[in-house]
Design a protein around this ligand. Structure first.
Ligand SMILES: N[C@@H](CCC(=O)N[C@@H](CS)C(=O)NCC(=O)O)C(=O)O
Length: 275
């Protein structure tokens, strides 16, 4: 839990106090701040006022310019000494693996989720993202957003795959995450038996919270992604709808246990999902 005086405001896109919001990058950033015991307050903000046109972004109470992009925010806070450099003790191979984990989650899985949200659960997305707008405006803006997202997904490539292919790619990713977490958990248990208290790190994904590489936050953000109620992967779902994808990742108890541990330890004040 954050314990210092908040000098930092995290703009999350939605008010939703006491809850994860639907942006995986917000979840990732908040997790990273809580791992490092950095106090922050949350505010709504908007992509329109964000320095890079996306959430999350942050502002310091010292009045410096606001800063966007979860990765760059974490980098800046690390350079300022507010966060420790989780990758400092990794060798070159470890850093490469950590980078690969982040890319897998943020530059690959993220697009599959975007596809799932905007093409398979369009109305859910529209009504949540633009819920504050009057209905007629929401319809128009929603269609424009949908069109933009479909064009982005087509250009990036995800939009050219079938639903079955995307499902297979997603499963492949969750199998990889499961393998990393299982190996990490087993090593942590071995070390605990050996009397070492330090959590074991494997490939930038750790079983215990704060000593992981940067990939930790990415796995958490993309894996649990807040309170999104569409039909997305496992821990994105908060109970109301557990569909095929939820069912798939429900088959990975190690991932679920991992997400649960992080939730209970670092987000006890946030509403918890149910499957
Ligand atoms: N690389 C960015 C990605 C942030 C991102 O994609 N944010 C999405 C929400 S999950 C967003 O603001 N989308 C609004 C838009 O693109 O207009 C980060 O790490 O912060």
């Amino acid at each position: 839990m954050a314990s210092k005086t908040p000098a930092l405001t995290v703009y999350r896109g939605w008010k939703e106090t006491g809850k994860h919001v639907w942006s995986p990058f917000v979840v990732k950033l908040e997790a990273r701040l809580r791992f490092g015991d950095v106090a922050y307050r949350t505010a709504v903000g908007s992509p329109k006022t964000a320095p890079r046109g996306k959430i999350p972004y942050v502002e310091f109470s010292t009045g410096e310019e606001s800063l966007g992009d979860s990765g760059l925010i974490i980098k800046a806070l690390t350079e300022q000494g507010l966060l420790s450099d989780l990758n400092a003790r990794l060798d070159g191979e470890g850093r490469a693996r950590d980078l690969a984990v982040r890319a897998m989650m943020e530059d690959r899985l993220c697009f599959y989720h975007g596809w799932e949200r905007w093409t398979q659960n369009y109305y859910t997305m529209r009504d949540h993202i633009f819920g504050a707008m009057p209905y007629p405006l929401r319809v128009v803006i929603g269609l424009l957003a949908h069109r933009g997202m479909v064009a982005t997904l087509h250009g990036q490539g995800t939009g050219r795959y079938t639903a079955e292919e995307i499902a297979a790619f997603r499963l492949e990713i969750w199998e990889a995450v499961d393998a990393l977490l299982t190996a990490s958990r087993d090593k942590a248990r071995t070390r605990a038996r050996d009397g070492s208290s330090r959590p074991e790190q494997v490939h930038g994904v750790v079983w215990e919270g704060e000593e992981g590489g940067q990939g930790e936050g990415a796995v958490l953000g993309l894996g649990r992604g807040g309170a999104y109620r569409g039909g997305c992967d496992c821990v994105w779902v908060r109970g109301q709808r557990v569909d095929l994808y939820g069912a798939v990742v429900k088959g990975f108890p190690v991932i679920l246990e991992y997400a649960e541990r992080i939730q209970d330890r670092y987000f006890p004040d946030y509403e918890k999902w149910t499957l």
